[in-house]
Write a protein that binds this ligand. Structure first.
Ligand code: SF4
Length: 458
């Protein structure tokens, strides 16, 4: 995915019972960096108390001094990478959040968006509560602190039963690590193990880096407690029982890494199938070469190539090292931001009939720039293929998308978008085609940003 107007919500990670807990969490967050680049933080349960460090920027920037990890002593921890979906981009909104309440210290880190956070927040503010951030996570932490139940388990379940919407969440106390998922299973959360240590992660690619094996997913509507004795499962007494599962299809289309397992399936396999289905729906009979917009569309482009028999090649090189490179405003006006990130490969593209595969179009502005850039390599024809349907509605479950008015497909049909992007042909995957390659019944997936059918009332 290349369009910069679409970003993931967050990545979460947890470790229980490992003397290197903070370091392993750092590595886990590093593997989950694609899920959020705005801020990063780690909370560790030490012998006396929970300590925490968080900051703005990439994991490697926030924890660039080894000391910061070493100071987080303890054998259990949680971590969080954030991209803001609710709340502004400030340090006060970085996670984890640590509270001191009747039950002691609790840290929490959350992926997803609640649909009743504003209502709950207003109720609590009217009641005298003080909030220091604008995140949904703080709403959950307040609910925990206000619960009248007598055990931490019951307080957490009490709080989670009040919230509606999407949540995959980890909590840390002095002696246990918890993980929970909303009853719809919108965002992933997976349990891993390595010898005597347990792990929780948004995606399994983080387990590979820390040497853990996936055990199973935290089930939709389940809370697990991992402590010295065992892994215990609880059912969240849901505020509103889910009528069906609603896994986010975008996890397979774009957000999750291809080397991860989410919703019980390898992302690479599903993403290739999306590409294959796209080739079946929108073939390009005279194509010479298929390329993907790096990096996230590469797998779908390989699927397109496999199904169509058209050769896959690298037509665009991405510079991974630009970081926060300063771009002069005059250069910015000339699309320099795209040029500094990407460069077309003339030897692959010149005089060729090229199929470009990307995973989605949000506003269309970035795609237009990249097509212009590719034109400088003088291809004979450009056929753009998108491995998802047109996005017509925003996401309210934890993915940062622009407003409905800003989504190009809400106001323009495919032919108008084709003309705007200046490509020879444009083909989007159909909703039916997309759902047909998802693992499991199509009713088990949320596709609201494509069809407007929101599974949880807004
Ligand atoms: S609306 Fe779209 S991005 Fe949001 S959860 Fe549903 S499928 Fe995923």
């Amino acid at each position: 995915m290349f369009d910069e107007s679409l970003h993931e919500g967050c990545g979460i990670f947890g470790v229980f019972n490992n003397p290197q807990a903070a370091h392993l969490t750092y590595l886990g967050l590093y593997a989950l960096q694609h899920r959020g680049q705005e801020s990063s933080g780690i909370a560790v349960a030490g012998p006396q108390r929970i300590s925490m460090y968080k900051g703005m920027g990439l994991v490697s920037q926030v924890f660039k001094r080894q000391q910061r990890i070493e100071q987080l002593a303890g054998s259990s921890s949680i971590g969080h990478n954030r991209y803001s979906t609710t709340g502004s981009s400030t340090l006060t909104n970085a996670q984890p959040i640590v509270i001191n309440c009747r039950a002691g210290q609790i840290a929490g880190a959350h992926n997803g968006n609640l649909t009743n956070a504003d209502t709950l927040r207003k109720r609590m503010v009217d009641d005298g509560s003080i909030f220091t951030s604008t995140t949904d996570t703080e709403v959950i932490m307040h609910l925990i602190a206000r619960s009248k139940r007598n055990s931490i388990d019951a307080m957490l379940l009490d709080a989670l039963s009040e919230v509606k919407g999407a949540f995959s969440i980890v909590f840390l106390t002095g002696d246990a690590l918890y993980g929970a998922r909303d009853p719809y299973g919108i965002r992933p959360l997976i349990i891993g193990k390595c010898e005597e240590s347990y792990f929780l992660s948004s995606e399994t690619c983080a387990f590979d880096l820390v040497g853990a094996e996936m055990i199973r997913e935290v089930k939709p509507g389940e809370m697990v407690r991992i402590d010295r004795n065992s892994l215990t499962s609880f059912t969240i007494p849901a505020f509103e029982q889910a009528s069906r599962l609603s896994h986010c299809v975008f996890e397979f289309i774009y957000f999750s890494r291809p080397d991860s397992f989410v919703f019980g399936k390898n992302v690479d396999r599903v993403r290739r199938k999306l590409g294959r289905q796209l080739a079946a729906e929108h073939p390009v009979p005279n194509a010479d070469v298929v390329m993907g917009v790096p990096d996230s569309a590469t797998t779908a482009a390989l699927g397109f190539s496999e199904a169509s028999g058209v050769r896959f090649d690298i037509g665009l090189i991405r510079n991974h090292y630009i970081g926060r490179t300063f771009i002069h405003p005059v250069q910015e006006a000339r699309d320099f931001g795209v040029r500094i990130k990407f460069n077309p490969v003339k030897g692959v593209l010149k005089n060729k009939c090229v199929v470009i595969v990307d995973d989605s179009i949000v506003r269309g502005t970035t795609m237009k720039k990249i097509i212009r850039l590719i034109r400088t390599a003088e291809p004979a024809e450009i056929h753009l293929r998108i491995s998802s349907p047109p996005i017509i509605c925003p996401c309210f479950y934890g993915i940062d998308m622009p407003t409905k008015e800003e989504l190009i497909a809400t106001s323009q049909d495919v032919e108008e978008i084709r003309k705007y992007l200046e490509v020879d042909t444009l083909g989007y995957l159909s909703i039916e085609g997309m759902l047909s390659v998802m693992p499991g019944p199509k009713e088990n997936f949320c596709a609201a940003c494509f069809n407007g059918e929101y599974p949880i009332a807004l």
